[in-house]
Ligand binder design. Structure first.
Ligand code: ADP
Length: 622
């Protein structure tokens, strides 16, 4: 939606919401900004007021005592307000800095709690990239709102101060009988206020029009944002460094980046708007309006002083206050315009933050069974990835027998990983049901359900944390259990070479003494992590792909022992590694096409399993 279509009501609603969001994360922020801005806005008026009184005294009776007192009062008043303003400003700065840090947690918190399916959705990624780009662009969203609040508080306090100083301009009367007595008429004052308001509003109105144009192209900038999101930081991703060099990916990434950033560059549409006719017309209109307004104010004030309504000191007071009033009114109009533009960006932010966490709606707790008798069953399950029309799984039926070892095999893209993702509820199926002990898994509390699975995904991720914390998934953990898990995963020898043992930091992102582990070592740590979790189900998706043949053979030999009384699901391309499983399921094109033991499946001479087996075996036999 463009900001020109954004109603004032919607603008207010969105900003009230932003106000509540910010107040929740930094309660006294708005109060501190308001106090500091008000204090700094009224400071100049103190000098204006006392200068006027001093000039009046100098031009009239020139009493030394009065002059002395006025100067002293001015000094004290300016000193006190400067001090108060300085202290309030410092408090405000601290509040703003801490708010910025706390505010940065809003998006990670949302992302961490979001349904996996939504996170994976292109629209969500687009929205997130857009929000980020708008924030980097000019702080659109929460930052602009906070800055505008500051400007509003300052301008409203400034307007109140200026109004207090100009009030006597309208009530001071030109002596009756003077040819200028018509200036006493209320219409004269009203006309002055209207002309003053109109002239002041011209500049902000123009600027707001330009600002709205900026907001309107944010939709068009979406593709540029996407490119920026995809290529802007790619050079910092060290795991890409080798491919970058070998496959010349650098120039390609830079080329895309140039196209993306071009939208915001000097030759882009935005810059064009700034150079367009409207910008020139605005600048000239603003200049003319400013000159006209100053002329009118000077004429009104000087004529009244000329006719004897007030002294010369008051002239400086009224002119000074009127100038400040005009600046503050312009700031107020401008701020309202900025809020209307900003509402478009806030709308995006709340669209993202409001994505419902549908998966978290189940309320049943899973039974805590010491006997680990958790039975999971797929009943005619079909699934398509969000945004696609192709069934990744079709009519899948499967029952996991408690404590058994199940192997899942099949060609690339046959649906094996998708099957696991559904099993652990990263996605919900569009058709059919998955049952845990006879109840649809959607009815369970999500986090509770997740507790029954230990999974090693193909693309598992370890983080820059000490080794033990990675294994345990917590900073405080049972060290003995972590060492045992690493031992079972075949990592014990390497562990003993690490000087800090479990406390060795993985990778160098946050500690220069961190240790970079190889792909195979990382895979062992990932397996140890799954073992430490000690859940009733253990799922290994291609668990040995990065291991050397000896390590792989070790894992196979120990797999039965490792799995213990858990129900184990094992996905592998290497059929020889599945022989030990109680049952083997063969996937093809998203469906289960064969089930049985290794011997049973081999006996089916026409079956897919036999085909796959022969294809692999021929190299060994030769
Ligand atoms: P396998 O693990 O057997 O290699 P997958 O389960 O990963 O196969 O993939 C099954 C099908 O789903 C493939 O056609 C794949 O292209 C598609 N697919 C996998 N992940 C996604 C995704 N995130 N979005 C859309 N399609 C996907």
């Amino acid at each position: 939606m463009s900001s020109s279509k954004m109603t004032l009501r919607e603008t207010l609603r969105l900003h009230m919401r932003a106000f509540r969001t910010i107040r929740r994360i930094r309660p006294w922020l708005f109060a501190s900004i308001t106090a500091a801005s008000a204090a700094s806005a009224v400071t100049p008026y103190i000098a204006v007021y006392f200068s006027a009184r001093i000039i009046d005294e100098l031009a009239a009776q020139r009493r030394v005592e009065v002059l002395k007192n006025l100067v002293l009062a001015a000094l004290i008043a300016v000193g006190v307000i400067t001090l108060v303003s300085g202290v309030l400003g410092a408090i405000k700065n601290v509040m703003m800095a801490s708010c910025r840090i706390r505010k940065d947690k809003i998006y990670p918190e949302k992302i961490f709690s979001m349904d996996f399916a939504d996170l994976d959705d292109a629209r969500t990624r687009d929205l997130r990239a857009q929000i980020q780009q708008n924030e980097w662009w000019a702080g659109w969203g929460f930052d602009v709102f906070i800055d505008t609040w500051k400007a509003l508080a300052k301008s409203i306090a400034g307007i109140m101060g200026a109004a207090a100083l100009t009030f006597s301009l309208f009530v001071s009367r030109v002596p009756e009988g003077s040819s200028l007595a018509l200036l006493n008429h209320p219409a004269a004052g009203v006309a002055l206020v209207i002309l003053f308001g109109v002239c002041t509003a011209i500049g902000p109105a123009c600027r707001n029009k330009i600002n709205r144009d900026y907001a309107n192209i944010s939709e068009k900038a979406r593709f540029a944002n996407r490119l920026y999101g995809a290529f802007g930081f790619i050079c910092h991703e060290t795991h890409r460094a080798a491919d970058f060099r070998i496959y010349n990916q650098g120039p390609i990434a830079l080329g895309y980046l140039k196209t993306g950033v071009g939208v915001f560059g000097t030759k882009g549409e935005l810059a064009g708007k700034a150079r367009a006719g409207i910008a020139a017309v605005c600048a000239m209109g603003e200049m003319a309006a400013g000159a006209l307004m100053t002329g009118i104010v000077y004429a009104f004030v000087c004529l009244k002083a000329w006719a004897g309504a007030f002294g010369v000191g008051s002239v400086t007071q009224y002119v000074g206050a009127a100038t400040a009033l005009s600046a503050n009114l312009a700031k107020l109009f401008g701020s309202v315009g900025v809020l209307r533009t900003n509402a478009v960006f806030l709308k995006n932010i709340y669209e993202f933050l409001d994505i419902p966490n549908a998966m978290y709606q189940g309320s049943l707790t899973t039974e805590k069974r010491a006997d680990r008798r958790y039975e999971v069953e797929f009943c005619d399950v079909s699934f398509k990835y969000p945004g696609t029309d192709v069934w990744a799984l079709r009519h899948v039926n499967m029952k996991f027998e408690i404590g058994k070892r199940l192997a899942i095999v099949g060609e690339n893209g046959s649906g094996k990983t998708t099957f696991i993702k559904l099993l652990c509820r990263l996605y919900d199926p569009q058709e059919g049901q998955i049952l845990l002990n006879g109840i649809d898994i959607r009815k369970y509390r999500y986090d509770d359900y997740m507790r029954i699975f230990s999974i090693v995904f193909q693309d598992f991720q370890l983080i820059s944390q000490p080794l033990g914390a990675n294994v345990a998934g917590a900073a405080q953990y049972d060290r003995e259990r972590a060492e045992r898990a690493l031992g079972e995963a075949g990592f014990d020898e390497r562990l003993h070479t690490m000087p800090k043992g479990l406390d060795t930091m993985l990778y160098k992102d946050i500690d220069k003494d961190g240790v970079d582990v190889s792909g195979g070592e990382a895979q062992k740590i990932a397996i140890a992590r799954a073992l430490y979790k000690d859940a009733p189900f253990i799922v290994l998706d291609e668990p040995t792909a990065a291991l050397d043949p000896i390590a792989e053979a070790e894992i196979y030999a120990k797999f039965d022992e490792i799995a213990g009384d858990r129900t184990a699901i094992y996905i592998s391309h290497r059929l020889s590694s599945c022989k030990f499983c109680d049952e083997i399921t063969v996937f093809s094109g998203g469906s289960v096409i064969q089930k049985g033991t290794h011997e049973e499946l081999l006996a089916d001479g026409e079956g897919q399993y036999k085909l796959l087996w022969d294809a692999q075996a021929q190299y060994y036999n030769k």
